[in-house]
Design a protein around this ligand. Structure first.
Ligand code: URA
Length: 234
């Protein structure tokens, strides 16, 4: 970001006045005077001073939904240096974190925010926020197995809560199943199918609470509307 834009975004003054401050030698970047226009800074790391006073952007909360592609981790930093979902939300001047997680191989809806309260509301099990997934699995799913998934099954010594299950499509030797759960145990949906001997060929989350992915393209993000955001905060 250009330094004059950053100064303006911190609410110090307008962009034009910021340029004047720079030309007057009143702006420092990491301790060095900047007196030319157009210097670029990294808002997350650089320190900018006006008249020797550190300036910072006003605190603002961000609520973003992303359509995560496969092949991204949902941690802030990955020990194997794999791409993270934060790589997909470029120019946002805030420390965002993913809300909950999706597996590396799972695609679909994930929120990012810098509001810890929002994260708490969405992820705390007591709030029972429903999450809807579409799983493509190997084999033709049987009526008995659908009933088992609905009733809850034991994975890792833990019985899952009742799920909503709807078969969307039966292929030659595959099934597409919509499953709604409100828990978030590690790899839960995959394990539920695997415990019934179905391989999960692909998994996509399409909704969290009343917020649906809609037609947001894979790899793209947008801000949540106030209504979407408030559906978790109120
Ligand atoms: N269940 C899974 O198995 N994986 C996910 O990413 C989310 C839910």
């Amino acid at each position: 970001m250009r330094i004059q834009k950053y100064i303006a975004s911190c609410g110090v003054t307008s962009r034009r006045k910021a340029e004047e401050l720079i030309l007057q030698g009143r702006v420092k970047l990491n301790g060095e005077v900047v007196n030319t226009l157009g210097v670029k800074i990294d808002p997350g790391n650089d320190k900018v001073y006006v008249d020797d006073k550190l300036i910072t952007p006003p605190k603002r909360n961000y609520y973003i939904m992303l359509n995560k592609p496969k092949g991204y981790v949902t941690t802030v930093k990955d020990q194997f240096d794999r791409p993270t979902v934060l790589d997909l939300v470029g120019d946002i001047n805030a420390r965002l974190h993913p809300v909950g997680r999706l597996d590396y191989d799972t695609s679909g809806l994930i929120f990012l925010t810098n509001d810890g309260e929002f994260t708490y509301r969405v992820t705390h099990p007591k709030n029972k926020i429903k999450k809807v997934y579409i799983a493509k699995i190997s084999g033709i799913i049987s009526k008995e197995d659908i009933e088992k998934l609905k009733r809850g099954i034991v994975i890792d010594g833990y019985k899952t809560s009742p799920a909503k299950v709807e078969v969307l499509k039966i292929g030659k030797n595959t099934s597409e199943v919509k499953i709604t759960i409100h828990e978030g145990k590690n790899r839960q949906v995959r394990k539920m199918f695997e415990s019934l001997s179905y391989n999960v060929l692909s998994l996509k989350r399409i909704a969290i609470g009343n917020v649906t992915l809609g037609n947001l393209p894979e790899g793209k993000w947008r801000h949540l509307s106030d209504r979407e955001k408030n559906s978790f905060l109120h």
